[in-house]
Ligand binder design. Structure first.
Ligand code: SF4
Ligand code: SF4
Length: 60
């Protein structure tokens, strides 16, 4: 199963999505943010909280 969202390079590193994600699916990996497929429920709360629209919904 692929992740429901991806973090793009527009991310400014505010950390809001990490704190907001109810399943802690967003993790810092090597200086960028990675969405753990198995944990993401597709709730899109991260997408809504991001101040710079850096998170995109994955096409299904
Ligand atoms: S869509 Fe929901 S579960 Fe998935 S990374 Fe964003 S906040 Fe977390
Ligand atoms: S909320 Fe947006 S800008 Fe902030 S860390 Fe997450 S993806 Fe980056």
């Amino acid at each position: 199963m692929s992740p429901s969202v991806t973090v793009t390079d527009r991310c400014v590193g505010c950390g809001g999505c990490l704190l907001t994600c109810p399943t802690h699916a967003i993790r810092p990996v090597g200086g960028t943010l990675h969405v753990v497929d198995e944990l993401c429920t597709g709730c899109l709360e991260c997408l809504e909280i991001c101040p710079v629209d850096a998170i995109e919904e994955q096409p299904t």
